[in-house]
Design a protein around this ligand. Sequence first.
Ligand SMILES: Nc1ncnc2c1ncn2[C@@H]1O[C@H](COP(=O)(O)OP(=O)(O)OP(=O)(O)O)[C@@H](O)[C@H]1O
Ligand SMILES: [Mg+2]
Length: 281
Amino acid sequence: MPIKFENVSYTYSPDTPLAKKGLDKVNFELKDGTFNAIIGHTGSGKSTLMQHFNALLKPTNGQIEIAGMTITADTPNKNLKNLRRHVSLVFQFPEMQLFENTVLEDIAFGPKNFGYDKEKALTSAKYWLKKVGLPEEIGGRSPFELSGGQMRRVAIAGVMAYEPDILCLDEPAAGLDPLARKQMMALFSEYQKEGHTVILVTHNMDDVADYADNVLVMEHGKLIKEDSPKEIFKDRKWLQEHHLEEPKSSLFAAKLTNFKFKKLPLTIDELITGIEKNLKR
Ligand SMILES: Nc1ncnc2c1ncn2[C@@H]1O[C@H](COP(=O)(O)OP(=O)(O)OP(=O)(O)O)[C@@H](O)[C@H]1O
Ligand SMILES: [Mg+2]
């Protein structure tokens, strides 16, 4: 079933002098099994939007259909466990979601919470510890003794370990070195190709170009555009007006003024193919 946002608005601290609109009448539909990127300036509402997918925040107005549930302002919290089995979120600041004594216990928490027996939860935790590129010996350490990048990987392993249908990641590659970022993105892409839905907040337009089927652009709490990366990145003037970056490949292609590109290259592979074609001419 697609994920559907209908006129979703969210206000922080409503009815107080500090009231602040986080989302403003947001409408969209995401298809099952797609890779979706959410982009936009700092403060545009990306994290606020992300927290609606698993109802950590509930809409002040409007409604969300997700994983067979309808979420509104009035949805009671006791109904949310089933939702969170299907929709998991890695926070922008993952140290906020680590709390067990050891890394393995932390990763096993989700699977246990959602009904895996102890042994199966531990097996899954060990498997995902490795999948996110952490060495086995880290499993016995306290998650709070780790580096920021390692904590992030533990948090990612912790939500992937019960294999949610919908995986939401708020800037999961922040604090990772370029190689680790690549490995992590490949992991999410593989997860999507296995049939899951991935929703990713990122400032990295190369990742958007490489992996996303669909892009949502946020600005001041509003969804200002939703389209394929090809359509989003085609309009350079629009991107500049909204202070959005371009993928490196399309920037590079634009600087090769003697070259003609039939289609705008968005990825390194497309750029290489385009350059080769020009050189053969
Ligand atoms: N807990 C909060 N209380 C009040 N206002 C908030 C709170 N969290 C966010 N906001 C405000 O809501 C707006 C959207 O914030 P949000 O964190 O969703 O932005 P973002 O797009 O994720 O930014 P970034 O790229 O910096 O992570 C901002 O103006 C922010 O100041
Ligand atoms: Mg954010």
